[in-house]
Design a protein around this ligand. Structure first.
Ligand code: C2O
Ligand code: CU
Length: 474
């Protein structure tokens, strides 16, 4: 390949300082979000996946990955990949302690797997190539797991994930616990973006910027819809369960006139709810937030995506609207109350760092690659721990952009940020977390399930271009 390619890649890396003219590369993050052309569309509910098993402790579902078409915004029909015909896929509903059995069929023209993001399960059920062979076109696989934790989880392929997820393969799993905070209305919001070509096809060209930032779309989606409307109740306590299935985009959400109280995250509820003005949701993360809707009956609240600097001047972008929450005709007279404290989480003990994980990027050959301890996936020696051990990782981001770090199979807790201890009271169970440019996070986890597990950046273009390692529990 030409030398020009190398120069462009290196220049994007050093975009802030490289001195090339604006026209030579896309400063400020390239892809512009187009305001929706279609009219408001209701996206209040995701399609539920029917439970075929009469046993109340068993949820047994049929899940099929297959081709389909979908019309996004006012574009021509888009060929998509779906779970059971829809994008997002159907929602799986269960209770903590249930057994989940998924009869999966791959009706796609290429191999796939299903990874259960955030679910603590047996490694053989985790859908990664470390533990299962690809499910070929036409093949089937039976996934089975006992749901140990309440929370919002999601599922997606773990092969060519940058392409397969972008084409539409993602769905959510909501596991209810014994003590859920009461709300007047609860909604799931699956946030995403998609990059469509003029003819309606999902863009598959990976230009340098998309490789660098993760492929960002020109249309913002909530529950698969542009210009989405999601029903709430005026004056009511609203609980939003948010997940981002975007390849690269970070959502920095704000609802003007409202503070949001975070009551939970990836691994379930947090002991000490806290308030935020904006809610940063990186690819793969989940947040559970509450607020009282200060809106008249029939009125709407805009949910905005505010600029956030995650590298390469992405913070200079304009604010855009992601969706609107639409209030019904009546008003809730006495809203339910946001909990001020919830069930405790055992805080894992602080200890010295066992495993430094340095994230960086470099040009290898003529390709921009993303590295862990200077190596790429396949060449990174696995982290080895003994079953049951509590061990400490430190993720050190040496690069100029943020990376959402994701660990399979286990929750971790943040012990320290840049060497400053995180107070015990703000303990939370996470599986995906933003490690900002030039920052480091000290994480602790209990490795109580044997097998080979993955850890990686959840910007899928980064994971697929080097930034993924293995952790072996033996
Ligand atoms: Cu949601 Cu290994 O990923
Ligand atoms: Cu990354």
């Amino acid at each position: 390949m030409s030398r020009a390619r190398v120069v462009i890649s290196a220049c994007v890396v050093a975009a802030v300082a490289c001195g090339h003219g604006e026209s030579e590369h896309a400063h400020g993050g390239g892809v512009e979000v187009t305001p929706p052309a279609s009219g408001p569309t209701d996206a209040t509910n995701l399609t539920p996946l029917p439970d075929e098993n009469p046993d109340p402790k068993v949820v047994e579902v049929n899940l099929e990955a297959r081709e389909g078409t979908k019309t996004y915004d006012n574009s021509p029909a888009t060929p998509v990949w779906t779970y059971n015909g829809s994008v997002p896929g159907p929602i799986i509903e269960a209770n903590v302690g249930d057994k989940l059995i998924v009869h999966f069929k791959n009706a796609l023209p290429e191999p796939t797997t299903v990874h259960w993001h955030g679910v603590r399960l047996a490694a053989a059920m985790d859908g990664t190539l470390a533990m299962q062979s690809p499910i070929p076109a036409g093949g089937t696989f039976r996934y089975e797991m006992t749901l140990k934790d309440a929370g919002l989880f999601w599922f997606h392929p773990h092969i060519r994930s940058d392409v397969q997820v972008q084409k539409g393969l993602y769905g959510v799993l909501r596991v209810r616990g014994a003590a859920e905070p009461a709300a007047d209305v609860e909604r799931v919001l699956v946030l995403d973006d998609i990059k469509l070509e003029k003819d309606g096809r999902v863009s598959e060209t990976l230009d340098d910027l998309s490789r660098m930032m993760g492929r960002e779309g020109n249309i913002l989606l909530a529950n698969g819809v542009a210009n989405a409307r999601v029903a709430i109740e005026a004056g009511g306590l609203v609980r939003l369960r948010v997940v981002s299935s975007a390849n690269g985009r970070f959502f920095n959400l704000r609802i003007p006139g409202h503070k949001l109280t975070v009551v939970g995250t990836d691994g379930g509820l947090v002991p000490k709810p806290y308030e935020v003005d904006t809610l940063l949701v990186s690819p793969g993360e989940r947040y559970d937030v509450m607020f009282v809707a200060n809106v008249a009956p029939g009125g709407e609240l805009a949910v905005l995506n505010e600029a956030y600097e995650r590298g390469h001047e992405s913070g200079k972008r304009a604010t855009s609207e992601v969706l609107r929450l639409r209030a019904g005709a009546s008003r809730v007279a006495t809203p339910k109350v946001i909990p001020s404290s919830q069930a405790p989480i055992e805080r894992l003990a602080d200890a010295p760092v066992d495993f430094p994980i340095r994230l960086n990027e470099k040009v290898i050959g003529d390709e921009m690659m993303f590295t862990i301890n200077d190596a790429v996936h396949g060449d990174i020696p696995p982290i080895r721990v003994k079953r049951g051990e509590v061990r400490v990782l430190e993720v050190i981001n040496e690069s100029d952009m943020d990376h959402p770090f994701h660990l399979h199979g286990f929750f971790f807790q943040v012990l320290a940020r840049d060497g400053v201890a995180v107070p015990e009271a703000s303990v939370a169970n996470k599986d995906t977390i933003v490690v900002a440019a030039k920052k480091r996070l000290k994480l602790v986890a209990r490795f109580d399930e044997p097998g080979r597990w993955m850890y990686h950046c959840h910007i899928l273009e980064h994971a697929e271009h080097g930034m993924m390692g293995e952790l072996v529990v033996e």
